[in-house]
Design a protein around this ligand. Structure first.
Ligand code: CIZ
Ligand code: SF4
Length: 352
């Protein structure tokens, strides 16, 4: 990265000292990650932010829903800053508050809402988390989705899983032993979600029609192709991938799981990894000296474009502005939404 910008970022961060704490999501660019005080997945980062009450500014190098979660979990005195306000998440944007309220009306009209427990992936807006909290549901991450679903099926007889259909389906089938027929997909763009009352009554998992625009592009062909190209390769993918990809993989897990699996892998092992490219490249570079060969599962899949919006120029601009006393790009969740979202987040923290 540009040495002039690196020097400016370093100088601005030094001027701010302990007043700023920089969080870097695993999917961020290297040029940004080098300035992160901690790295992690969205949930770990939100908790790390809450564990630093002394920092006046939490600069969140990640996407919008992550900054919202950090604002919910940190004290009112702390200001969460997103270096580029256009860094959203296409998956989180696939479920709006109005659409989800409309879905609940459909479930109510079908006579099933009483037995439905919402389970929402961390990758959702604060509004969706608040809806989840209001209706007795919980949040989950890709590390605890199985425990969240087990808990939810102890509370009701159906789950409304938001907004990632793939994580919901993969967890239901792989971890809970359900059959694909137990799952239906609710499409917010079709009347009644595109489902009949009978389908809603028979379903156990009602999956929201959302997906990650990066992970959703890995294909079964890419798994077959890499196995043919690299004999002995182990395929390791994130559960936001389609079910057919997950079913064909050797191992499936969250970003933290992927990192630990590669740390524990023996020298000479070969891996094809299906998650965001910035992370895969960083892991390939990190483990190459140990003799571990790590390749990206599908060369036609690109970076997460919104994660990549946070680049070194945006970070420099943010840190220099804060150091100069100009506050900017603060992410603030209103008190009522934050309260109900926190209820749902606390249910996750209390999962057995
Ligand atoms: O796909 C993502 O954006 C992930 C894995 C986010 C997260 O929870 O850290
Ligand atoms: Fe959203 Fe997918 Fe990007 Fe994660 S990788 S921020 S889920 S679009």
């Amino acid at each position: 990265s540009d040495p002039g910008l690196v020097a400016r970022a370093r100088a601005a961060k030094e001027r701010l000292g302990d007043r700023v704490f920089v969080l870097g999501h695993h999917y961020q660019r290297d040029e940004v990650i080098q300035f992160a005080d901690v790295t992690g997945d969205s949930f770990k980062l939100a908790r790390d932010a809450a564990a630093r009450p002394g920092a006046e500014y939490i600069v969140f190098c990640g996407v919008h829903f992550m900054a919202e979660s950090a604002d919910i979990l940190t004290s009112d005195a702390q200001k969460v800053v997103l270096p580029d306000l256009a860094a959203g998440c296409s998956m989180a944007d696939m479920a709006s508050a109005e659409q989800v309220e409309e879905c609940w009306d459909v479930l109510t009209d079908a006579g099933v809402a009483d037995g439905v427990v919402p389970v929402s992936y961390m990758n959702s807006s604060a509004d969706i988390k608040a809806f989840t909290g209001r209706h007795g549901g919980t949040i989950c991450t890709s590390s605890n989705a199985e425990r969240a679903l087990d808990w939810a099926f102890g509370q009701g007889d159906k789950v409304l899983f938001l907004p990632d259909q793939h994580l919901g389906r993969n967890t239901a089938i792989r971890d809970l032993g359900m059959s694909p027929e137990d799952c239906v997909v609710y499409d917010p763009h079709r009347p009644n979600g595109g489902l009949t009352t009978q389908q809603l009554r028979d379903a156990r998992m009602i999956l929201w029609r959302g997906h990650c625009s990066v992970h959703g592009r890995f294909s079964l062909e890419s798994v077959n192709e890499v196995r043919a190209r690299i004999p002995g390769v182990r395929v390791l993918v994130h559960p936001e991938c389609k079910h057919e990809v997950v079913a064909a993989a050797d191992e499936v897990g969250s970003t933290e799981y992927i990192i630990k699996a590669l740390e524990a892998a023996p020298a000479g092992s070969k891996w094809a990894v299906g998650t965001e490219l910035n992370l895969v490249r960083r892991l390939a570079d990190r483990f190459a000296p140990e003799g571990k060969e790590i390749v990206f599962l599908d060369r036609t899949v690109c970076f997460c474009s919104t994660m990549n919006r946070i680049d070194l120029p945006h970070l420099v601009w943010t840190l220099e502005s804060l150091a100069d006393g100009n506050e900017l790009n603060q992410i603030r969740v209103d008190a009522d939404t934050a309260h109900h979202a926190q209820v749902a987040l606390e249910r996750m923290l209390a999962l057995p």
